[in-house]
Design a protein around this ligand. Structure first.
Ligand SMILES: Cc1ncc(COP(=O)(O)O)c(C=O)c1O
Ligand SMILES: N[C@@H](CCOP(=O)(O)O)C(=O)O
Length: 401
C-alpha cells in the first residue's frame, strides 16, 4: 500500500490520481505503509536489476522493461590515489540500456503510465530523459512527445529520441523554458508527464541506492557524490538509502554531496547561503549540457537531502569537468559524459578543500555514457594522426612523441 504525500503540507493523494505537485505547490513523495513491507537481506539475494526491489516499487502490473539497473560498481584505486583517498567506487549508470540512469525512472514511470490508463507520455529534456522516454515509450507501444532546448542537446541523445520514434520538438529556449511548456502541454492534453517532478519516476531512480548498498554487502558508503541538474536523482537516491535504513537493512545513510557546474549552480548557492529555497538562474551555461539547468524542479527535495544527511554541494568549472572526464577515462577505463565527470571533479575539489576526510568511503555516481556526447569528445581530444599506408610511416608515427 502506498499514497502520494506533499513534502511541505503533508496533504495526501491517492495512488490512482494523476497528480504531480500538491495544491500548495509542494513536491510529492511516494509513501509506503512500511509496516506492510517485510523484507530482509535474505529476500534480496540474486542478480541486480531495478525490478529485484519490486517490494519497494509502486507498480502492480507487469513492468515495461529492457533490463535496466544492474550497473557495475567499480573500485577505482588509481583514481582514489590521485585524489588522495583510499576507498573510492564508481557506480556507472552509463551502463543502463539507453546509456543513462534515466532508464531506472522510465521503466517505473512508463509502466505507471499504462497502469493509470495514460495514452501519451511527454517530457522536457537536456537529452537523456528524452532518449529514455522515447525508448520506453516504444517498448510500451505508446507515443512519446519530447521538448528539447534547440542546439543544446548532445547528438547521441538526439539520435536516440529520433530513431525510437518520439515526436521531437526543438524549442527556442533553454531546458527550464521547455519544462514549463511541457507541464502546460500535459495539463491541457492529458499527456503523462515523465520528468522528475513525477514522484513515480523517482521511485525507479532510488534503486541506485539499493544496488550500491547491495554491492557493498548491505552497507552504505560514508558519502555519495553526484552531479545535480534538475535535482531529482540526488533526492531519489537519498530516499532509497533512508528506506533501507528504516527497514533495518543498513545502519546509516551517506552524506549526499551534489556537484553543479559553475555556470548553473542554484543549489550550491542556496547551500552556501543557508537558504531554504534556490534563486533560479536565468541563463545557465556549461559544457555539461545535461546539467545546464537554472531552475531545478526538485530543488526543495535536494536541499533537504543534502542538509539532513550532513552532505554538501560544490561547483566545478568546465575545465575541471573536462580534466576529470579525461582522468577517469585514461586512469580507470571508464567513459562518461561531461555531466557525469563533474562528480569526479567535485570529489577532487572537496578533498583539496579538506571538506572530505581522507578515510571516508566514497561512491561517485557517473550518470551517463561517454558515447552520448561524442562531438564534445572530438572537440577536446587530439585528432587521429593521418599517415601513408606504409609500415615506415606507421612506425614513425608510433614512436615519435
Ligand atoms: C548525464 C546526466 N547527469 C546528471 C543529470 C542530473 O540529474 P538530475 O537532474 O536528477 O539532478 C542529468 C540530467 O538530469 C544527466 O542527464
Ligand atoms: N538531464 C535531464 C534534465 C531533465 O531532468 P528530469 O530528471 O527532470 O527528467 C535530461 O536528461 O533531460
Amino acid at each position: 500500500m502506498y499514497h502520494l504525500e506533499c513534502i511541505e503540507c503533508h496533504n495526501k493523494y491517492q495512488a490512482s490520481e494523476v497528480v504531480y505537485t500538491c495544491t500548495c505547490g509542494g513536491l510529492l513523495d511516494v509513501i509506503y505503509d512500511y509496516s506492510d513491507i517485510q523484507i530482509t537481506k535474505k529476500d534480496l539475494i540474486g542478480p541486480l536489476s531495478v525490478w529485484k526491489y519490486r517490494a519497494l516499487l509502486p507498480v502492480e502490473r507487469e513492468p515495461i522493461s529492457l533490463h535496466e539497473g544492474g550497473t557495475p560498481l567499480y573500485r577505482v584505486d588509481r583514481l582514489a590515489k590521485s585524489v588522495g583517498l583510499k576507498d573510492v567506487y564508481i557506480k556507472h549508470e552509463g551502463m543502463n540500456p539507453t546509456g543513462s540512469f534515466k532508464d531506472r525512472g522510465m521503466t517505473v514511470g512508463v509502466t505507471k503510465a499504462l497502469e493509470l490508463g495514460m495514452k501519451t507520455v511527454a517530457c522536457a529534456s537536456t537529452g537523456n530523459t528524452s532518449a529514455s522516454l522515447a525508448v520506453y515509450g516504444a517498448r510500451a507501444g505508446i507515443p512519446a512527445v519530447v521538448l528539447l532546448p534547440s542546439g543544446k542537446v548532445a547528438l547521441g541523445k538526439l539520435a536516440q529520441a529520433l530513431m525510437h520514434g518520439a515526436r521531437v520538438l526543438s524549442i527556442r529556449g533553454n531546458f527550464d523554458d521547455a519544462l514549463k511548456l511541457v507541464r502546460d502541454l500535459c495539463d491541457r492534453e492529458g499527456f503523462y508527464l515523465l520528468n522528475s517532478v513525477n514522484p513515480y519516476r523517482l521511485e525507479g531512480q532510488k534503486t541506485i541506492a539499493f544496488e550500491i548498498a547491495d554491492q557493498l554487502g548491505w552497507q552504505a558508503p560514508d558519502r555519495l557524490v553526484l552531479p545535480v541538474g534538475n535535482a531529482g536523482n540526488i533526492t531519489a537516491i537519498y530516499k532509497g538509502f533512508r528506506e533501507l535504513k528504516r527497514l533495518g537493512i543498513i545502519d546509516s545513510v551517506p552524506k549526499m554531496t551534489g556537484i553543479q557546474a559553475e555556470g548553473a549552480c542554484p543549489v550550491v548557492r542556496a547551500i552556501r547561503n543557508n537558504a531554504a529555497m534556490i534563486t533560479p538562474e536565468g541563463k545557465p551555461e556549461t559544457v555539461a549540457t545535461a546539467i545546464r539547468i537554472g531552475n531545478p524542479v526538485n530543488a526543495r527535495k535536494a536541499l533537504i537531502a543534502i542538509i539532513e544527511s550532513g552532505g554538501t554541494a560544490e561547483t566545478v568549472s568546465d575545465e575541471e569537468i573536462i580534466r576529470a572526464q579525461h582522468e577517469l577515462a585514461s586512469l580507470e577505463g571508464i567513459g562518461v559524459e561531461p555531466a557525469s565527470a563533474s562528480s569526479i571533479g567535485g570529489l577532487r575539489k572537496l578533498v583539496d578543500m579538506g571538506a572530505i576526510e581522507k578515510d571516508e568511503s566514497v561512491v561517485c555516481v557517473t550518470t551517463g555514457h561517454l558515447l552520448k556526447d561524442s562531438e564534445h569528445v572530438l572537440a577536446v581530444c587530439p585528432k587521429p594522426i593521418e599517415i601513408d599506408a606504409t609500415i615506415e610511416a606507421v612506425r614513425r608515427a608510433v614512436f615519435s612523441c
